[in-house]
Design a protein around this ligand. Structure first.
Ligand code: ADP
Ligand code: ADP
Length: 227
């Protein structure tokens, strides 16, 4: 689904140059649950940013299905993001003056083939929170709302940047379990960035990064059958 070929990203400041990504080669398949692991500064966010077109590459090529993303203009890339990608961050970014349903609706309106919001709320156990406001919900519940918001527009890929970074262990587990269930139920490609090594066992593929390079790719073949 996504292919990266010799992707390099450097940041220049004065005479010095930082390699945020160095000659990355990577493929991500349709419907895969991928976890990107690595210490702070290893290039995880940059990897997410260049795949999602939030940032340009210095050299190399990225393709999505048969489309070469690195050839798209900024407007085309914005349209690509709008149609195909969903995002979940450490911060839930919910609008405080809108209720749960309205927060989700904002995200789904921009999709061409949105999913049913009430059905999604039921899937994540929030059917009774439909008319509540963000400040009436726990952190874990707010993150579940932001997951539904990203899913509602029916994207092909959901990017999660430290989705459990603000949650305790128990809530983190719940959120990750939920992402895994949604990956199976809706066949969405899910890419999770984290430095929480406990997440790795849930993934189809674990990509370990260090100093802008992929140091190891672990493919977990048994996961889906073992559930
Ligand atoms: P996290 O690891 O939590 O994702 P980052 O270290 O990646 O946090 O930083 C968050 C944001 O700051 C990113 O958008 C990244 O591009 C930017 N950033 C990171 N390092 C630098 C830097 N040295 N100079 C300028 N911006 C940076
Ligand atoms: P991670 O997400 O794994 O913490 P990042 O992708 O944010 O790592 O950063 C990789 C490297 O690139 C780091 O050395 C970081 O300081 C640098 N970097 C990231 N964004 C910027 C930026 N906007 N300007 C300068 N350096 C950056």
């Amino acid at each position: 689904m996504i292919t990266m070929t010799n992707v390099t990203k450097t940041y220049k400041s004065g005479d010095s140059e930082t390699y945020a990504l160095k000659e990355i080669n990577l493929t991500i398949g349709e419907g895969e649950f991928v976890v990107i692991l690595g210490p702070s500064g290893s290039g995880k966010s940059t990897l997410l940013n260049v795949i999602s077109g939030l940032d340009t590459v210095t050299s190399g090529k990225i393709t999505f299905r048969d489309e070469e993303l690195t050839d798209l203009s900024e407007d085309e890339m914005t349209e690509f993001r709008r149609r195909h990608l969903g995002f979940i961050f450490q911060q839930y970014n919910l609008l405080q003056n809108l209720n749960v349903y309205e927060n989700i609706q904002i995200g789904s309106d921009i999709g061409t083939n949105p999913l049913d919001i009430d059905e999604l709320l039921q899937k994540v156990g929030l059917e009774n929170a439909r008319n509540k406001y963000p400040n009436q919900l726990s952190g874990g519940e707010q993150q579940r709302v932001s997951i539904v918001r990203s899913l509602a527009k029916n994207p092909d890929i959901i990017f999660c940047d430290e989705p459990t970074g603000s949650l305790d262990e128990q809530n983190s587990k719940k959120i990750l379990q939920m992402l895994q269930d949604l990956n199976v139920a809706y066949k969405k490609t899910i890419i999770v960035i984290t430095h929480n090594t406990g997440i790795a066992e849930m993934a189809d593929k674990v990509i370990k990064m260090n100093s802008g390079q992929i140091t190891e790719v672990i493919i977990n073949k048994v996961k889906k059958n073992a559930q």
